[in-house]
Design a protein. Structure first.
Lengths: 233, 300, 441
């Protein structure tokens, strides 16, 4: 449990990403600063990846690929755009992108919450396995491709082939879905879904009503192969 | 696989610094392509009736004066020659086919890198930093430039196999990705008269555009057709005499990011290469949508 | 081919009985045929090479007294903690899910007994496997089933899988259900579904982006673990070069003879190139980059005996990996189970329907009753025995070639028996100095 209010600043013009990550990986629960500021990332990759303690990282500037990759319990706030695979395979914790995210945001994530203030590129939530993702803007094509579990909330529009080959993950869309991928259909919104959605919207600081969203999910026709379905492949 | 960069100046204000900013973009992409690097710079146009031919010979101390003399004799005027490392830029009043014919006959060991009014293509094996130093890219001036850092895939690391590829007048292309049907396309384009000098898939893409533009299409139209005819994964950046275009395939797995200010449009495989540009923190930043042609033309 | 029983009947070589059976099966079911194992057809392989033992011009080492070392270090390029193997044979990636828990435990026990590593598969790391395997390589696959940073840190090495020899570039629908409770939970999938297999990684494509992904994995594990890059043999020369450029510590190349739990038959038999050809090309790529022995090379796909091991090392591999052979050592296709095989429409020596999950030997199944037939401790002993034999055989051959370390075997110790093998391995045809096509790759 954090007892300190100390803050540390790391400037990536004088430190390397390796030095930053190394220091972060050395942290134990009760020592070190509660908040780290990372300055001048200028698109660097793998910033604050592999975190394991409930520390808060504020990154001041645009980051490259895999920022906060495999995050566990930490809070990572990105003040700027971010590249491919932000919070990829996140296990728990919170990542907030105050900007746009490139493709494969939250890819294969198993837990935690990823919030994107701007837009997310293609393949948002690809192969997600339990992560919750809230995108305040739009998402690109092939989002939630092969999504297994978790919730993807899209306040804007979704690009082509949304939820292609989806398993049991849920998709909520407030804007328009350009088209739906294989085995993805609109589904009835019931109280349990409204409750999940309301909770996520609240955590993301949005005051939309669940009633403004449609729910999409798997029609489960591709779970067991039938010859007639061959055209879907 | 590789890194690609492009810088297109909208106004004359940064023209004297084109090379300075562009070389920084290119150097940042060294991590994506350590094998070889190439640039196409558009600037210092030849006067009406003249053209610029950029030539390359592997020997550092090649005697370009003999080439100059032969050109002078044939075209009755001394060409202006600028030698930079293994390359030489000749400016002369002549037609492209005639210049090529003479070079093929009298100097077959010389490679024609580019022909056009304002294009100059230079490429070499080696790290981007070494290529930048070799060609003094930092000092170059002009209106636009595209560049490439290469991690060789299916064709060997050679100067010729490096990008940008030019198969047409003032036209060039850089490519990040991998085409899967270039072999057959190459055969078809060869039959149409396009000359290929390497086994490189990217050269086929360049040849495809040349072929379509020779048939009267605009660059945008040719790129739109490319979406159907070229199979594979690609981000292309294309340069023309007064223009600059970017295209991603439908699946769009290879990265691309664009930045625009009042002064420039810039393109790169990673944001890191744009972070070096002046005014980048205020620039409009976006990723090109798949299967969409983005193009800009410099107003005369 | 004429039928001996019924002279006058002639079978077509193009439409033989197997082909007829397959066409009619396709007509009945409307789905492609899926099975386990690897390519079954005859291919140019290590059998077509021989080793040149000592004679007048080369002196052998005495067995038992004069050392022939077998240890290998993997991951010396960038990793803080490279892997030290006692023998140059590792156990290839096979998932819990494709294999039973007992089988995975047996593999771990056997490998540990002789000082080598096992590899997780497409389903993640089980605590049992980590517990039983002293050296464990953790696969990083397109599916990312069960992938998590805690297991990454517990692993001794990380193997980024682009593909495998049985199905380079492949993915697709895998029918049949070995998605038991536990497997489903580990993979976050509903039970009993037909499993869809991603063929590309979800967050990178191409060696330029792989370089960034490798760096991320190193960052997450503080640069401790060797990073392997595994691919199925298709264009191994370029793939090896690109993997080196992308930053791999170890390359794993898997030829078309490599097995799998389930794949489409057309893939197994018609996609990919033989291990022999792939190995040579990979070694050439490493040599041309000046990285041979600096980036280590593991080859798999049809390794069966110490002779195969010796020949693979002679061609330039640092180690080999076994999959199918390990399962056979555990008891797969044992004639003792012939009655059981016949009950399920197969026969000992022919059984490869791993995807059905009804393996009488209890190896490639999730059925508890069948699994119980495989005693993991005895299985471990069998595997250890087999690995010891592979090592002894390789050592015997190496000593006969005058080598004090099996890694000192080289191409010059080989001759080829067929023109194809000579061309693929770039080894002269026995009794000649002819290497067909030696000017090109």
């Amino acid at each position: 449990m954090k007892t300190t209010t100390e803050e540390r600043v790391v400037d990536l013009t004088t430190s390397t990403v390796r030095q930053l990550n190394h220091s972060l990986h050395q942290l134990r629960h009760t020592d070190g600063p509660a908040v780290w500021h990372v300055k001048e990332p200028r698109g660097a990759h793998s910033v604050a990846c592999g975190l394991t303690v409930p520390v808060r990282i504020e990154v001041d500037g645009p980051t490259g690929y895999y920022c906060a990759g495999m995050n566990q319990v930490a809070t990572v706030i990105l003040h700027g755009n971010t590249g491919t695979g932000v919070a990829e395979n996140m296990m728990s914790g919170f990542v907030l992108v105050k900007g746009n995210a490139s493709q494969s945001a939250g890819a294969t994530g198993q837990g935690g919450l990823l919030v994107i203030d701007g837009n997310a590129g293609a393949r948002c939530g690809i192969s997600m396995k339990g992560i919750d993702i809230v995108v305040k803007g739009n998402v690109g094509h092939m989002s939630a491709f092969m999504a297994q579990a978790g919730n993807l909330v899209i306040c804007g529009d979704a690009g082509e082939a949304l939820g292609d080959s989806i398993y049991e993950a849920r998709i909520f869309v407030r804007g328009k879905a350009a088209d739906l991928g294989a085995d993805c259909v609109e589904k009835e919104m019931r109280d349990e879904h409204r409750s999940v959605l309301a909770d996520l919207l609240s955590k993301a600081g949005l005051d939309y009503s669940p009633a403004e969203f449609r729910r999409y999910g798997s029609s489960r026709k591709l779970y067991n192969f039938k010859t007639e379905q061959a055209g879907h492949y | 696989m590789c890194g690609i960069v492009g810088l297109f100046l909208k106004t004359p204000s940064l023209e004297s610094e084109l090379g300075l900013h562009f070389s920084r973009m290119l150097a940042t992409m060294a991590s994506r392509g350590p094998d070889s690097s190439g640039i196409a710079v558009y600037g210092n146009p030849a006067s009406a009736g003249s053209l610029k031919v950029t030539l390359q010979h592997p020997a550092n101390d090649y005697d370009w004066s003999i080439v100059a003399e032969n050109l002078s004799r044939r075209f009755s005027r001394q060409p202006v020659v600028r030698i930079i490392s293994t390359h030489a830029v000749f400016t002369l009043a002549a037609r492209e086919e005639e210049v090529r014919a003479l070079l093929e006959k009298m100097h077959p060991d010389v490679t024609v890198m580019s022909v056009g009014t304002n294009i100059e293509i230079m490429k070499e094996v080696g790290t981007p930093e070494s290529v930048i130093a070799r060609f003094k890219v930092e000092r170059m001036t002009g209106t636009h430039a595209i560049g490439h850092t290469r991690m060789a895939t299916e064709s060997a690391v050679t100067t010729q196999g490096s990008h940008p590829f030019s198969t047409g007048f003032d036209l060039c292309l850089v490519h990040n990705g991998s085409l899967s049907n270039h072999s057959r396309l190459r055969e078809n384009l060869r039959r149409e008269g396009i000359i290929f000098r390497t086994d490189n898939d990217s050269e086929v893409a360049a040849g495809y555009l040349t072929s379509h533009m020779r048939n009267g299409e605009t660059l945008s139209s040719a790129l739109t057709h490319a979406l159907d005819d070229l199979d594979g994964f690609y981000t292309f950046t294309v340069g023309t005499s007064d223009g600059f275009a970017v295209l991603r395939d439908r699946i769009a797995c290879k990265p691309a990011i664009l930045a625009e200010t009042d002064d420039y449009v810039a393109m790169a495989s990673e944001y890191r290469a744009l972070a070096v540009l002046p005014g980048i923190s205020e620039a409009k930043l976006w990723e090109p949508e798949p299967a969409t042609v983005y193009s800009w033309r410099r107003k005369p | 081919m004429n039928s001996p029983q019924k002279p006058g009947l002639r079978e077509s070589a193009t439409f033989d009985r197997n082909v007829i059976h397959e066409i009619q099966r396709a007509a009945e079911t409307g789905i492609y045929n899926i099975r386990g194992w690897g390519a079954k057809r005859a291919l140019p392989h290590f059998d077509d090479l021989v080793l040149l033992g000592a004679s007048m011009s080369r002196y052998p080492l005495e067995g038992y007294r004069e050392r022939c070392a077998t240890d290998v270090v993997l991951g010396t390029r960038f990793a803080k903690k490279p892997i030290h193997l006692k023998i140059p044979v590792t156990i290839a990636g096979m998932s819990f899910g494709a294999l039973s828990a007992h089988a995975k435990e047996a593999l771990g026990r056997g490998a540990t007994a002789v000082g080598t590593s096992t590899t997780t598969g497409d389903g993640g790391m089980t605590p049992e496997e980590r517990g039983h395997s002293e050296l464990l390589v953790y696969q990083y696959l397109p599916s990312r089933y069960g992938m998590n940073p805690d297991d990454l840190r517990k692993a001794d090495a990380i193997e980024i899988v682009l593909g495998q020899g049985a199905k380079p570039g492949g993915g697709g629908m895998l029918l049949g259900s070995k998605i038991s409770d536990r497997v489903a939970a580990m993979r976050t999938l509903p039970m009993g579904i037909d499993q869809r297999s991603a063929c590309r990684h979800p967050d990178w494509t191409g060696p330029d982006d792989l370089a960034i992904k490798i760096e991320e994995l190193r960052e997450i594990t503080d640069w401790e673990k060797p990073i392997y890059v595994k691919f199925g043999a298709a264009r191994p020369y370029y793939d090896t070069a690109l993997a080196v450029k992308a930053g791999a510590d170890v390359i794993v190349v898997d030829g078309m003879q490599g097995g799998t739990g389930a794949s489409q038959e057309v893939f197994l038999e018609h996609v990919g190139i033989p291990t022999l050809a792939a190995l040579r090309q990979s070694v050439e790529a490493l040599q041309e980059l000046g990285m041979h022995r600096k980036v280590q090379l593991i080859v798999s796909g049809g390794i069966r005996s110490g002779a195969d091991v010796a020949k693979a090392l002679a061609m330039g591999a640092d180690a080999v990996s076994i999959g199918t052979a390990a399962l056979i050592a555990l008891g797969c296709n044992s004639p003792k189970l012939e009655e059981e095989y016949e009950k399920i429409g197969s026969s000992a020596g022919f059984y490869s329907d791993y995807q059905k999950g009804n393996d009488p030997a209890g190896i490639t199944t999730q059925d508890k009753a069948l699994e119980a037939r495989l005693d993991p401790i005895k299985g471990g002993e069998r595997l250890a025995n087999y690995l010891r034999v592979l090592t002894l055989e390789a050592q015997t051959i190496a000593r006969a070639c005058g080598k004090s370390h099996v890694l000192n075997l080289d191409r010059e110790d080989l001759a080829a028996l067929t023109i194809e093998a000579a061309a693929m391995a770039k080894v002269p045809l026995a009794g000649t100095s002819w290497v067909p096509g030696s000017s090109g790759l």
